[in-house]
Design a protein around this ligand. Structure first.
Ligand SMILES: [Zn+2]
Length: 275
């Protein structure tokens, strides 16, 4: 939040000096340019999923050569998550699932099953509402804490990794996450599978776009954003796994890729499946 206040003060001071010291119309244009530059900086910090301006964000680890990590958002979903789990089990690939707290409360056994199969559980807010991204620290803290409480009640682990809904961040998020000792996770490449249904396009985007150490984002949950049908993701997933293996990539779990602790300190992480 201090950064946001500093940006406002510096912008106001710089624009004011332009108006005071530079004769019009040049002074007016310079002041306008200062304001637009500040707005551009704020827009980048809010909407760029991998911007660390408001909150440090991890999205790749280039030191992990020829390794990638699969992540899935918006679950648990009673229809699609079990099918994703079956594909990962058949292919012996570990995943990380960023869960929505409300959905965990509705499907606690499924959240427990994801962890039991060796996958990682992360926090994707309690409600997944668009406007929580514009909330102040207290609202964000409640969203994150309530989601963690639902996951801990269902699966016995308390996540440290948080993916903001829609990938947006605001000045209060860094303060909230620091107080909770949590870490934002972005992505290096995504399948746009929340809106795209063509499995060929989803798979091509990921297989061609993945880089060493990259975090890949797909969706096992439906109905929160984009389409209500994840059959495109289900059809694309085996193609993505086979395609990246053909490119020489190995799948590791997100915490192994980024070398970070996935859960609160007192808890151990269930073992990831071999890959
Ligand atoms: Zn989401």
């Amino acid at each position: 939040m201090l950064k946001a206040i500093a940006i406002k003060l510096v912008t106001l001071a710089a624009a004011g000096l332009c108006l005071l010291l530079v004769p019009p119309p040049l002074g007016l244009w310079l002041a306008l340019a200062v304001v637009l530059a500040a707005l551009g900086l704020i827009a980048w910090a809010v909407f760029d999923v991998n911007s660390s301006f408001w909150a440090e964000t991890l999205w790749h680890n280039p030191a992990m050569e020829k390794c990638v990590a699969l992540t899935f958002d918006d679950g648990p979903d009673e229809v699609f998550t079990p099918q994703v789990l079956a594909i990962l089990r058949e292919k012996s690939v570990p995943g990380a699932f960023f869960l929505v707290g409300q959905r965990v409360e509705s499907s606690p056994a499924l959240a427990r099953e994801i962890a039991a199969q060796g996958h990682l559980l992360g926090n994707h807010s309690f409600s997944h509402g668009l406007f929580i991204n514009f909330g102040l620290q207290a609202r964000l803290t409640h969203e994150i804490e309530d989601c963690n409480a639902a996951i801990e009640k269902a699966a016995g682990v308390k996540p440290r990794l948080y993916r903001p809904p829609h990938g947006f961040k605001n000045p209060s998020l860094g303060d909230a996450l620091r107080s909770l000792d949590m870490q934002v996770i972005g992505w290096q490449v995504r399948g746009f599978d929340a809106v795209a249904r063509d499995p060929g396009r989803i798979a091509t985007r990921v297989v061609d776009g993945a880089q060493s150490g990259g975090v890949i984002t797909l969706h096992d949950g439906a109905g929160l954003q984009g389409s209500h049908d994840r059959s495109g993701t289900l059809d694309a997933l085996p193609v993505i796994i086979d395609g990246l293996r053909a490119r020489g990539f190995k799948f590791v779990r997100l915490d192994e890729l980024l070398k970070i602790a996935p859960y609160a300190a007192t808890q151990s992480s269930p073992t990831a499946p071999a890959n």
